[in-house]
Design a protein around this ligand. Structure first.
Ligand code: ADP
Length: 573
């Protein structure tokens, strides 16, 4: 609770006023009952003062109206506070994410992050908007009611506790360790089933291609069946105790009624008091039950909050503020080692130089660490040991903004924003329309864009057009051409091109790489035979480096890769 108020920060006052309002609402909501007491008292007098009774009635109506206004006020304040906190928290997390090592946002984490920004934050909203007021009401209302009842008649007040005491005996049964285990299992099998559904839907195209039917998708079927059996079993074991529980709640007035009538007929109790006990005697039980249900919610919220806190605790990359003057745009890796996770080195003592305005290809079996090299150069991560230099200056000494201006990264998967095609190339860069169109021409995508009815203003995405993989790649190249950064990293960018696109993409490439320091992560060796230098990586270490002809003589691994590549080509031809 205190951590949530801390998150609430500037909205704390609002949350507190909302709590006070709901307490006033709870107090006032009891006034009509009190008035019923006085009215009945009045009506049971030998000479009835109707005007007095009417005044009580009016008081009851006023109290009900004011109580409603306070409830309304509390709701409005708690909702405004909650949605403000929600927006601030999301902005805060988004800002924090922007400062995190970019590699953190790899696929592995994006799902978790999405859950954090959507679900976990949402739960906090629900808690502040609804549960804090419910919580305060759940404590205030029973306390006031119980004090009133004891003041009216201690004997009846005491007996009204009997059902509550029995419920307290039942609650440990319902919330036993076994039940907690069952709740955990319930969520687990629900998650399994949901994961099964997602996988099933994703797999439909593949299943169709291979002529499979839904019945063969066993994993999904098993998950659904498991969930069904689990829920059936759970309902069977928990419903008897739940039925007892509910009947206690619904018939909680019975002991009060029995003792109340006895006392009344013995003459030890007035009719208005009996009445008020029948109305209020067990009314505090339900709000208290709300509290017990809340415990589960609170554990979920706790989990969300601690995940948010974990995210906020990740150290951002160290940031330099001073812009540097590199002597050129050559690259050096000196004794670079790196591990994504402890004791699992991915790069070991890597040393190499890339001359300014030269082309270097990185090759090696899958998992050798090629993409990691590229990611370290753009500071998606910082290397664990060693140094990476651009123009003789350690990349950690550049402000991120300067580094980002120096390096263009053409990803394997291109990302398109749901914006106009123009904005998808311009990407907020400070460029003229002519420059954007020139870049599109160089990337061989201009003719395609102007052939569309809305031209550059055509929207991409759900409400606009869809583009083939090859077309999207050319948009990415247009962005890189427009950005015109002196260092260029290409990550297997041509791997998915079809032949017609490939010619265009090659043309776009040759435009892009003019007078640049280029690092290509290559799979198809035939495209890199002319590059200035090839680095051969093997299990995280640089195993050989040189030109294509030199490596064919020196490196066994390169020979093997080259042979495999040429054989594959013959096979395709
Ligand atoms: P390559 O590009 O040569 O195929 P990578 O650089 O992608 O190789 O990966 C090198 C090793 O690092 C692989 O074992 C891979 O599983 C691991 N790896 C890559 N990215 C991550 C990541 N984000 N977290 C943990 N391990 C990773």
């Amino acid at each position: 609770m205190s951590r949530l108020l801390e998150i609430a920060n500037r909205k704390k006052v609002m949350v507190i006023i909302s709590g006070i309002s709901v307490t006033i609402h709870a107090v006032l909501s009891l006034v009509p009952y009190l008035m019923v007491y006085y009215i009945i008292q009045e009506l049971s007098k030998p000479s009835i003062n109707y005007q007095q009774a009417e005044t009580y009635l009016l008081y009851a109506v006023y109290a009900a109206i004011i109580s409603m206004i306070f409830y309304f006020l509390s709701g409005i304040l708690s909702h405004i506070a909650a949605f403000d906190i929600l927006a601030e928290l999301r902005k805060f997390i988004a800002k924090k994410v922007g400062l995190l090592p970019m590699g953190y946002l790899s696929n592995k984490n994006s799902g978790a992050l999405q859950k954090l920004l959507a679900e976990d934050v949402e739960r906090i909203e629900h808690f502040i908007a609804h549960q804090i007021p419910d919580f305060i009401k759940g404590i205030a209302l029973p306390l006031i009611t119980i004090s009133l009842l004891f003041a009216a008649d201690w004997r009846l007040a005491a007996i009204s506790f009997v059902p509550f005491a029995l419920l307290l005996l039942l609650i440990p049964q319902m919330y036993s360790g076994k039940r907690n285990e069952q709740i955990k299992n319930y969520h687990q099998s629900l998650e399994n089933m949901n994961a099964g559904i997602v996988e099933y839907i994703r797999a439909i195209p593949v299943m169709k291609v291979f002529g499979q039917s839904a019945e063969t998708f066993e994993k999904f079927g098993v998950a659904v069946y498991r969930f069904q059996t689990f829920v059936n079993q759970w309902v069977k074991t928990s419903s008897p105790i739940y039925a007892v529980f509910m009947s206690f709640i619904n018939n909680a007035t019975l002991p009060v009624l029995a003792l109340g009538l006895l006392l009344y007929f013995q003459g030890g109790l007035s009719l208005p008091t009996l009445f008020i006990f029948l109305l209020l005697g067990t009314g505090y039980i339900k709000p208290m039950l709300v509290l017990s249900n809340m415990s589960m919610q609170i554990s979920l919220i706790n989990r969300g909050v601690s995940q948010i806190d974990d995210l906020l605790a990740i150290a951002p990359l160290k940031e330099s503020k001073t812009w540097q003057e590199p002597s050129n745009h050559g690259i050096s890796f000196i004794d670079v080692s790196f591990a994504y996770t402890e004791n699992n080195p991915v790069l070991r003592q890597v040393n190499f130089d890339v001359k300014p305005n030269s082309i270097t290809a990185i090759v090696g079996p899958s998992g050798a660490g090629k993409s990691t090299i590229a990611q370290l150069l753009s500071r998606f991560w910082d290397c664990s040991m060693g140094n990476i230099y651009i123009g003789g200056i350690d990349i950690r000494s550049y402000p991120t903004e300067q580094l980002m201006q120096m390096v263009s990264y053409v990803f394997q998967d291109s990302f398109m924003f749901q914006q106009s095609l123009y904005d998808n190339i311009a990407m907020g860069m400070d460029k003229t329309q002519e420059e954007v169109e020139d870049a599109a021409k160089a990337a061989q995508i201009h003719d395609f864009i102007v052939s569309l009815p809305d031209g550059y203003q055509t929207l991409f995405g759900q409400s606009g057009i869809h583009l083939s993989g090859g077309e999207q790649q050319r948009f990415q190249l247009a962005r890189a051409i427009l950005k015109d950064a002196p260092i260029l990293i290409l990550d297997e960018a041509t791997a998915f091109a079809d032949p017609e696109n490939e010619a265009k993409i090659q043309e776009a490439f040759s435009r892009l790489i003019q007078n640049k320091t280029v690092l290509i992560i290559a799979h198809r060796l035939s495209t890199i035979t002319d590059v200035d230098q090839i680095l051969v990586f093997d299990r995280g270490a640089l195993s050989a480096q040189g030109t294509h002809t030199a490596l064919l003589l020196q490196s066994k691994l390169y020979q093997r890769m080259w042979n495999a590549h040429t054989r594959a080509k013959e096979f395709i031809l």
